[in-house]
Design a binder for this molecule. Structure first.
Ligand code: MN
Length: 488
C-alpha cells in the first residue's frame, strides 16, 4: 500500500472544510421486460414503440410484478453483502409530470427489498468501507424532450416502467476521487452479477449526489444539497467540487445553506437551484393497492446466493494468492470482469508476470488510445499469449515483440506467422553472433583499448552496434556473454 494520505478538503478564507457526500444511484435492472409490464426495454428504439397499456396508465390496467427483476435486485443486494428483506412493500410516490402518466411512481418507501450492506473501496491511502443504507426497486418515468423543437416539448414513454434499483449510500464519501472509486466499484459488482449493464451514456446508471460541508474536526453534519440526475462520473466530480466551494463561501459569509435540489449545468460546470427540497411527506406515499406485499422465500435467496459468480473482491484475493500479483496489479485486473477473463485466458500458456506487464502496459495503452474496452481489443488473448510465450522462449527479443505487437493490432494475426513472414526471429546462433561481434571489435580497435583501460561504459556502445547490425534480432543475453568473453 502506498504512503499517500487522504488530503481532500476545501481551503476557505477562514478554515479548512471537510466535504461529506452520499449517493443515490439509480441503476437500470438488466431485464428484457419492464418491472410491471411485458414491454421490451431495448435502448434506442423509436419513441413510444415500447409502451404497453400499463406503461401509459390506461384506466383499469393492473401492474404485474416481473419476477426476474426481483431476482436481479436480490442478487445485487447479495453482491453488496446486504440484508435481504423477505417482506417488502411497493408504495405510490405521488407527483405530477408530463412524462409520468400514472401521476405516481411505484417505488418502495418504508420497506425496501434490500437493507444495509457495504462496498469496499481501494484507495491509495488504504481500503475504505462505504456503508449502503438500502436498495429499493422502483419504476422509471418516461422522458421529456425539450431540445429538438423551439415551440414544443415531446414525451417518449419507452422508458416508462423500466425497473430501477435505487442504491442509497450512507454519507460516507469524502472526496470526488472516492466518488469515482465508489461508482466504478458499484458498477463492476453489478456487471459481474449481470444485473445492470452500467452504461452511463445510455443512462443505465445515474446518481443523485448529496453534498454538505463542515469545518474540519466538527462532528455534526451540515445542511445538504442534492444534485439531481448526474449521468457521468466526471460530472459528479465537477458538481461536487463546485457545490462544496459554493457552500463554504456561503457559510464563511455567515449565510445559510438552503436544503434544496440543484441541477448540474454541464456547459458552465456549475450547479443551480432547481427547487427547494421536498420532504418525503410531500409525496403522500402509501402502499400501492394494486400490488400485494412482496414476500420472498428464504429458499430462493439461498439458491441465488449459491449461484452468485465470483465477485471483484474475492477474485482479487484469488489473483493475489494464485497468480502472485501485488494488490495494486490485482485491483486493476479485476476492475472489470472482461479484463479478468482476458487475463486468465492469456496466462493459460505463458509467464504470468510478463502477461501482467503486457496487459496493463502495452495493451491498455492501445485500448486507451482507441478509447475502447477490452472486449473489443484488437489483439485477442490467445495471440497475446503466444507473443509473450515467444519472448520467454527467446524466439524474439522484447524490442522485436513491440514491433510484432504493432502489426498484430491490424488484423489480430498470429505472432508466429508475423515473425516468420517478416523474418523477425531472434538471432540465437552463438557462432553467427560471434562473427558479428568480432567484426565490430576489429572495426573499433580504439574503443576496445579505451574499454580495456577502464572506460566500461563503452560496453553499451558495443551492444548497440550488434543490435544495429542484427536489426534488433540478436539475443541480448547471448550478446552480453560473448562480448564479455571477447573483451577480456
Ligand atoms: Mn428514485
Amino acid at each position: 500500500m502506498s504512503e499517500k494520505k487522504f488530503d481532500y478538503f476545501i481551503q476557505g478564507k477562514k478554515a479548512k472544510w471537510e466535504v461529506i457526500i452520499g449517493l443515490e444511484v439509480h441503476a437500470q435492472v438488466l431485464s428484457k421486460s419492464k418491472l410491471f409490464s411485458s414491454s421490451p426495454t431495448k435502448f434506442g428504439a423509436e419513441p413510444n414503440t415500447q409502451v404497453s397499456l400499463v406503461d401509459c396508465a390506461f384506466p383499469g390496467m393492473l401492474p404485474v410484478i416481473n419476477q426476474f427483476c426481483i431476482e436481479q435486485s436480490v442478487k445485487t443486494g447479495l453482491g453488496l453483502k446486504a440484508k435481504i428483506n423477505l417482506n417488502s412493500i411497493f408504495d405510490r410516490k405521488n407527483y405530477f409530470y408530463a412524462d409520468l402518466p400514472q401521476g405516481y411512481q411505484i417505488s418502495q418507501y418504508k420497506n425496501p427489498i434490500v437493507g444495509e450492506g457495504e462496498v469496499i473501496l481501494d484507495m491509495p491511502y488504504g481500503t475504505k468501507k462505504v456503508r449502503i443504507e438500502r436498495l429499493h426497486l422502483e419504476q422509471d418515468a418516461g422522458k421529456s424532450i425539450h431540445d429538438i423543437d423551439p415551440d414544443h416539448s415531446f414525451v417518449d414513454l419507452n422508458r416508462s416502467g423500466i425497473a430501477l434499483m435505487e442504491i442509497v449510500s450512507k454519507p460516507d464519501l469524502r472526496s470526488p476521487n472516492e466518488v469515482n472509486a465508489y461508482v466504478k466499484k458499484l458498477r463492476a459488482i453489478m456487471r459481474y452479477l449481470g444485473t445492470c449493464d452500467g452504461n452511463m451514456q445510455e443512462g443505465s446508471l445515474r446518481a443523485d449526489v448529496n453534498v454538505s460541508v463542515r469545518k474540519l474536526g466538527e462532528k455534526e453534519l451540515g445542511t445538504r444539497c442534492e444534485i439531481k440526475n448526474v449521468n457521468s462520473i466526471k460530472f459528479m466530480q465537477m458538481a461536487i467540487e463546485y457545490e462544496a466551494k459554493r457552500q463554504v463561501e456561503l457559510l464563511e459569509d455567515n449565510k445559510q445553506i438552503d436544503q434544496e435540489t440543484r441541477l448540474f449545468d454541464t456547459k458552465k460546470n456549475t450547479t443551480r437551484s432547481m427547487r427547494s427540497k421536498e420532504d418525503a411527506h410531500d409525496y403522500r406515499y402509501f402502499p400501492d393497492p394494486d400490488l400485494l406485499p412482496l414476500n420472498l422465500e428464504q429458499s430462493l435467496i439461498d439458491k441465488l446466493k449459491k449461484e452468485l459468480p465470483e465477485l471483484p473482491d474475492e477474485k482479487k484475493e484469488r489473483f493475489i494468492k494464485q497468480h502472485h500479483l501485488s494488490a495494486y496489479e490485482a485491483n486493476i485486473l479485476v476492475s472489470e470482469k472482461e479484463i479478468s477473463v482476458y487475463y486468465e485466458e492469456v496466462i493459460k500458456n505463458c509467464d504470468k508476470k510478463l502477461a501482467t506487464n503486457w496487459i496493463t502496459g502495452d495493451l491498455f495503452a492501445v485500448l486507451n488510445k482507441k478509447n475502447i474496452s477490452i472486449s473489443k481489443s484488437p489483439v485477442s488473448a490467445k495471440n497475446l499469449s503466444t507473443l509473450i510465450k515467444m519472448i520467454s522462449l527467446g524466439k524474439i527479443s522484447g524490442r522485436i515483440a513491440k514491433e510484432v505487437f504493432e502489426i498484430m493490432q491490424l488484423n489480430d494475426e498470429d505472432p508466429e506467422t508475423i515473425v516468420e513472414s517478416k523474418g523477425l526471429k531472434q538471432q540465437s546462433d552463438p557462432k553467427e553472433l560471434e562473427k558479428i561481434i568480432l567484426e565490430i571489435l576489429s572495426k573499433n580497435k580504439d574503443k576496445v583499448e579505451q574499454y580495456k583501460s577502464g572506460k566500461e561504459k563503452l560496453f553499451g556502445f558495443f551492444v548497440g552496434q550488434v543490435m544495429k547490425i542484427s536489426e534488433g534480432k540478436a539475443n541480448p543475453q547471448l550478446v552480453n556473454t560473448i562480448l564479455k568473453s571477447k573483451l577480456k
